[in-house]
Design a protein around this ligand. Structure first.
Ligand code: ADP
Length: 429
């Protein structure tokens, strides 16, 4: 049994599997745990990711949950803490990235003390940070679909400004010209910023090479805050202590029916759902207004799916374009609409697994959190990658006694247009 080296706190469930996927691929044996464990039994892995659903809850609650996760990780003896958020920096001026970062720094270093970084870059998934600005593909964050996100619309791509609105600490910037010079230059920049009273530094990164430089510069930093990309460069810091394991874990063979549950309204998911529907595969749209009117939409959806499952995968979706979401939110309120849909989709996922679904795709970060909680999944074993940021995992659920269920949690903007079809095909091989 080895001691856990890296302890991670992820603010949503898809983000947690995304991070675990990058850690496994860089050679760290990784366990994902959903929620903060009650016991302190030692985890046998190089890295452990505690998945929370804290991205859009009240900031004080996000802080409380994150601090509980931190205490548990400390009890595991980890050498470094990694606070993982979305590669599109999903947050509001109230948080939760800033308040959680402040609370973790306070807990580790003392009130107002300490230093950490902010870096949502994940170049392999077209998320880059240059001169402190976050790009999604070729456009600024604020010009991407994220301006229309149902819960965390992002209207500003300047991460220094966005983070400064959320944190008590001064925010600085390490520019790409410094990052490109390598780890020592980055460390020097950290020292310089700290001397100027900066507590949080946004760090530019536009390539995996930048992430590798940054990884070395982060050696020994007690708290790192980032998207999943920065993890790529961290494993090298423990090179001598890792069991060579470059392969993603092998999962048990997949079995059972196949289904997709989608509550993401991101552009990529909209395209994936459209691709599925246009190709004539079975798909059922869930109407939030019918939910709000008290109709038993869950039972109706399960009755629709049941006779179809034997013929191939089915899709249940609340996914809608920005205008449709706005119209729903105007009637129900954004928060209420989100909760209604999450609750319904997670009940459907539970029902599907009880019907014998053993291969389940979930689209949407908040949606995935709700589904995994409904399934009562405590741990996830990370398997092969479907697309960057999204691995297949194997889980046990009380809803499926005696059999493993394959689950993939897809963050809204991840995955190619044929992601759903591709994911199932992978398990047939
Ligand atoms: P993503 O990963 O794309 O951000 P999430 O699941 O995190 O997806 O967030 C999408 C949110 O939008 C969820 O709270 C979901 O319940 C809500 N939602 C889904 N469909 C609709 C809809 N048609 N109208 C309003 N809200 C919706």
């Amino acid at each position: 049994m080895s001691t856990c080296l890296l302890g991670c706190i992820a603010d949503d469930f898809t983000g947690a599997t995304d991070l675990a996927n990058n850690l496994v691929r860089s050679g760290m044996r990784t366990v994902q745990i959903n929620g903060v464990p009650q016991d302190s039994a030692a985890v046998d892995a190089d890295a452990v990711v505690v998945a929370l659903k804290s991205r859009t809850i009240a900031p004080q609650e996000a802080v409380a949950q994150s601090l509980r996760a931190y205490s548990w990780l400390k009890s595991q003896g980890v050498q470094q803490i990694y606070f993982k958020y979305c590669s599109t920096f999903d947050s509001t001026p109230q948080g939760n990235i800033g308040p959680v970062t402040d609370a973790l720094l306070d807990a580790i270093h003392g009130p107002g003390q300490g230093f950490t970084i902010v870096c949502p870059a994940f170049p392999q998934n077209q998320r880059t940070v240059f001169k402190g600005h976050l790009f999604v593909g070729d456009v600024l964050l604020s010009d991407s679909g994220m301006a229309h996100h149902p819960l965390t619309p992002m209207h500003d791509a300047n991460l220094v400004r966005v983070m400064q609105a959320q944190t008590q600490r001064r925010v600085g910037l390490v520019q790409h010209s410094t990052v490109a010079q390598g780890p020592q230059a980055i460390r020097d920049a950290f020292a310089q910023l700290q001397a100027q009273g900066v507590g949080v530094a946004v760090v530019d990164a536009i390539s995996n090479q930048d992430l590798m430089h940054m990884g070395q510069a982060l050696q020994g930093m007690p708290l790192v805050t980032a998207g999943s990309g920065v993890a790529i460069g961290l494993a090298q810091n423990w090179a001598g202590q890792l069991v060579a394991d470059q392969q993603a874990s092998q999962l048990v063979p997949a079995s059972g029916w196949r289904a997709v549950v989608s509550g993401s309204c991101s552009q990529a998911t909209n395209a994936q759902v459209a691709h599925w529907v246009v190709s004539g595969r079975p798909a059922l749209a869930i109407d939030p207004l019918a939910l709000a009117a008290g109709q038993d939409v869950v039972a109706q959806a399960l009755a629709w799916a049941k006779p179809l499952l034997a013929n191939g995968p089915v899709l249940l979706y609340a996914t809608a374009n920005a205008d449709a979401v706005k119209a729903i939110q105007a009637q129900l309120g954004a928060q209420h609409a989100g909760e209604l849909v999450e609750h319904a989709l997670s009940a459907m996922a539970l029902g599907l697994v009880q019907l014998g679904v053993g291969q389940l795709l979930v689209a949407g970060g908040e949606t995935s959190g709700a589904v995994v909680q409904a399934l009562g999944v405590a741990r996830m074993t990370i398997g092969p990658q479907i697309d960057p940021g999204v691995p297949w995992t194997s889980v046990h659920s009380p809803a499926a006694p005696g059999r493993a269920v394959h689950v993939a949690l897809k963050s809204g903007n991840f995955g190619s247009v044929d992601f759903f079809e591709k994911a199932f095909a992978m398990l047939e091989a």
